[in-house]
Design a protein around this ligand. Structure first.
Ligand code: AMP
Ligand code: MG
Length: 488
């Protein structure tokens, strides 16, 4: 079953609008293989009907019959303000494929399109495609992307661009906004169906509890705390953490004006439409917590089925208060691993915070800096470590490094074991904006090779891949500040 709700007030049965004369822009052969799609020797589906299906031009291929495509209703808080009904304005859910739901983003107008044209442009579709597959390869919970198909069909944004469709996959695309939608409409029956569906399919461990809905809330909240910790640990900024863009599975969804940080800046804002910095890097944990409060509001009627309002509120409030601790633990786990620390020590929080402060003050490149920790020798502080060269304030760096070396004395593993663990935790290759931009500009001239090449490199972010050394490099100065707007 795809979407657990029925009825005209919950979703619209609607076929995708065909994309004129489509062609392949990008395809993930790895994911295609996982789904059992027969591929030819160029790594594309052998059956040409896949191109039609993934462009929204057909609904049947091989054994797949996507006979009931839908767009779903949801609501949400955008930039902290209740926005009322939103919904799948340009994404159409085709059905199931393997363990996933399959969705075409940019496949035409639906009942929920409001003023939009139902389309997505090539630029943002390539970013979502590469962004999600890179995220997956990093080991971070995320929706996947199978393909991007393009067309010459013009689409107006700030300038004239062309249309594309990104095929997204996830075990479920349910969002906080779905819960908010039915809570606002006081449709407790629909809320119950949503929650029971999640318990049955995605949160089986909560199902048998006496307080299953409360347990469900707690689990979503814990997964979301862990997700943000993952993001912080690779320098990922989502860009638009509105409650309609937050999955209830704890996975990354809705890749829009996201960005992987190059030079580290705590208050980095990747979305230039976010003038207040609501979704800046250092605010992401707080904002996820805020979104969990939206979810708590959305789930309150479920608890009220068995508890008084006061008791239900109190239970959710207590659960919500666990978020900062869960986040902190997840964050410590991730950053300890990044520094090759297996043991737990009470001073680790300060040690890591001090490093991040130093990285911020020295504006060092986030990814290359962490990767260089694999070269630290625990017994020497001979100042020849290449890490040191990245910091302008050498004195402060040396002092911090001494505290790190002291900390390493409490570890039981050898340098070799630690170094190899560090290389498996700190990626060499991330989707830097300037790399994505280069691939996009070539694609806009009908050369899609760079999209495929980037995909290939980013599928193994922890491997040395020395033949692609240039792709590990921070951006040249003139390409550091590529502006990303919400327009997509
Ligand atoms: P987003 O900020 O991309 O998460 O989108 C917020 C809402 O606007 C969602 O309901 C989207 O479906 C809708 N939306 C965004 N872009 C378009 C578009 N070009 N056409 C129709 N709806 C859109
Ligand atoms: Mg969205």
């Amino acid at each position: 079953m795809v979407f657990p709700l029925q009825g005209d007030d919950t979703c619209q049965s609607i076929a995708p609008t065909p994309l004129p004369e489509p062609y392949w822009v990008g395809f993930s052969s790895a994911l295609g293989q996982e789904l059992g799609i027969p591929l030819n020797d160029t790594g594309l589906p052998s059956d040409p009907r896949w191109l039609s299906v993934l462009s929204g031009n057909a609904l049947e291929v091989e054994e797949h019959h996507f006979s009931n495509p839908i767009a779903t209703a949801y609501s949400g808080h955008q930039f902290g303000i209740w926005a009322g009904q939103l919904g799948d304005g340009r994404a159409i859910l085709l059905g199931d494929i393997g363990p996933y739901e399959i969705q075409l983003k940019g496949s035409g107008i639906t009942r929920y399109s409001r003023m939009g044209d139902g389309r997505a442009v090539l630029r943002s579709s390539i970013r979502e495609f590469l962004g999600s597959e890179a995220m997956y390869a990093l080991g971070i919970p995320t929706s996947r992307a199978l393909a991007v198909t393009g067309s010459k069909k013009p689409v107006m944004r700030e300038t004239l661009e062309t249309a594309a469709v990104c095929t997204r996959l996830a075990p479920s695309f349910l969002r906080i906004g779905h819960f908010e939608h039915y809570a606002a409409a006081r449709q407790t029956e629909h809320l119950t169906q949503l929650a029971d569906y999640l318990l049955d399919k995605h949160y089986k461990e909560c199902k048998d509890s006496d307080d299953a809905y409360l347990e469900l809330f707690k689990s979503i909240s814990r997964r979301s705390a862990e997700l943000v910790a993952h993001w912080q640990a690779v320098g990922f900024c989502h860009g638009v953490l509105n409650s309609d863009n937050i999955s209830v599975l704890g996975i990354t969804i809705d890749f829009g004006p996201f960005g992987m940080m190059d030079r580290f800046q705590m208050d980095h804002i990747c979305n230039h439409s976010d003038s207040q910095g609501r979704y800046a890097y250092h605010r992401q944990p707080q904002i996820m917590h805020w979104n969990m409060a939206c979810l708590a509001g959305g789930m309150l009627p479920l608890l009220e089925k068995t508890d008084s309002t006061e008791v239900a509120q109190q239970k959710l409030q207590t659960a919500l208060e666990q978020f900062p601790t869960q986040y902190r633990q997840a964050w410590l786990k991730r950053f300890r691993a990044k520094l090759g620390l297996h043991e737990e020590h009470p001073n680790d929080f300060t040690l890591i915070e001090n490093l991040l402060q130093l990285m911020h003050q020295n504006r060092v490149d986030f990814t290359t800096t962490f990767r260089l920790f694999a070269e630290v020798q625990s017994m020497t502080n001979d100042q020849s470590n290449p890490l040191r060269d990245h910091f302008i304030d050498r004195q402060a760096f040396d002092a911090w490094m001494q505290s790190y070396l002291d900390r390493l004395k409490l570890e039981h593993s050898s340098d070799l074991v630690r170094q190899s663990a560090i290389l498996k935790t700190n990626p060499k290759f991330i989707l830097r904006n300037y790399l994505a931009q280069h691939a996009i500009e070539l694609a806009q001239q009908d050369d899609f090779s760079e999209v495929q090449k980037l995909l290939h490199i980013l599928e193994n972010p922890y491997a040395e891949q020395s033949e692609f050394e240039a792709y590990a490099a921070p951006p040249p100065k003139e390409l550091e500040a590529i502006a990303l707007s919400c327009s997509s």
